[in-house]
Design a protein around this ligand. Structure first.
Ligand code: SAM
Ligand code: FES
Length: 333
């Protein structure tokens, strides 16, 4: 409990911001040096059976032009990324029922066979234990599934009744038990979020002990019920990233696209605050704008090669280096 009071104080008192940032940077340098790992993000489908109130591709948004990449389009994205030097591919999408275990396992298997030196990360939402098991056997290395909020009351304000926090958490524990490098996380400044909710998020993270942690500002999307809410506070986001780095020294923590969307130097500041991952977009240009989770999402107009060049400059401008390797979790000391 005393621990929680301290955490709450750290979160609310802005005089700690710089101290936390400096400490977080010291820790990341001790564990990962000045490396920032690259993950090629492939947004394979914007079709989703869920209706999360915050999300631009929720099923009730009838204004989205829906797409699903073909298998050959997915493989071309990987080829493009591989030729650019990337060694991790992240397949992300809405919960699109088309991607049965048979289809998704075949895709993972084909990518792993063609590029045995690469890691495959999935971010395809909630699936059964058996499904995660099948995908792991097919070669998937990592899975990203933000818990979004660890507080049940807050969870209910962000999601319709057919979704549950219990299942979200169960999925995360299943992923861990199956040996995935597992990613959890939450949005900063999502509607109705309180400081106590954030404390619960860190408590949950401590319990789960994930290898990857995604913490990014909420940004409203004009075709969602949360269209009139403000975006999350970037300073708070940066501070929470530093706290995450200090609590989880070995974690892989991305400087999110959302950070870069709310502030032109958001990702650079994220890196300085303790982040050690960036995720350039490898999706085909013609579909990028359709994977609009929130308004004004950046990097929807550039070729992947340009994205990499731009990120390289950004990362180097603050004294770090892009690392194109697989960038696996280094394990506990
Ligand atoms: N369907 C998968 C899942 O549920 O994990 C992956 C896709 S989902 C769009 C990926 C992440 O986008 C979510 O975990 C959520 O945190 C984030 N996201 C969705 N809407 C957002 C918004 N309006 N602002 C910031 N992040 C958002
Ligand atoms: Fe399904 Fe956002 S509601 S991906």
């Amino acid at each position: 409990m005393a621990d929680n009071i301290n955490l709450k104080e750290l979160i609310t008192d802005n005089s700690y911001n710089e101290i936390l940032r400096v400490e977080a940077d010291k820790i990341r340098r001790k564990y990962y040096g000045n490396k920032v790992f690259v993950r090629g993000l492939i947004e394979i489908s914007n079709i989703c059976k869920n209706d999360c109130y915050y999300c631009g591709i929720r099923k009730s948004n009838k204004n989205v032009s829906r797409y699903r990449l073909t298998e050959s389009e997915i493989y071309s994205c990987c080829e493009n990324g591989y030729n650019l030097g990337m060694r991790t591919f992240v397949l992300q999408g809405g919960e699109d029922l088309y991607f049965s275990d048979i289809i998704l396992c075949r895709i993972v298997n084909n990518i792993k066979n063609k590029y045995p030196d690469c890691a495959v990360t999935l971010s395809m939402g909630e699936r059964s234990y058996q499904s995660y098991k099948n995908l792991k056997s097919a070669g998937a290395d990592r899975y990203l599934l933000r818990h979004e909020t660890a507080d049940i009351c807050h969870y209910r304000k962000l999601h319709p009744m057919d979704m549950s926090l219990e299942n979200r958490k169960r999925c995360l524990y299943n992923l861990k038990s199956l040996g995935y490098q597992t990613g959890a996380g939450f949005m900063v400044g999502s509607p109705y979020q309180t400081v106590d909710n954030i404390v619960s998020d860190f408590q949950f993270l401590r319990e789960l002990d994930p290898e990857m942690i995604g913490i990014g500002v909420f940004i409203p999307h004009h075709y969602t019920p949360f269209r009139n809410y403000p975006h999350g506070d970037i300073e708070l986001n940066l501070k929470l990233l530093s706290i995450a780095r200090i609590m989880f020294p070995e974690a892989l923590i991305p400087a999110t696209t959302a950070l870069g969307t709310v502030s032109p130097d958001g990702r650079e500041r994220g890196i300085k605050a303790g982040c050690n991952v960036v995720m350039p977009n490898l999706s085909p240009l013609k579909f990028r704008k359709s994977y609009e989770l929130y308004d004004n999402k950046i990097c929807t107009g550039e070729e992947s090669a340009q994205c990499i060049e731009c990120l390289k400059k950004r990362v180097e401008s603050v004294g770090y280096v892009l690392d194109m390797g697989r960038g696996d979790y280094i394990g506990k000391e």
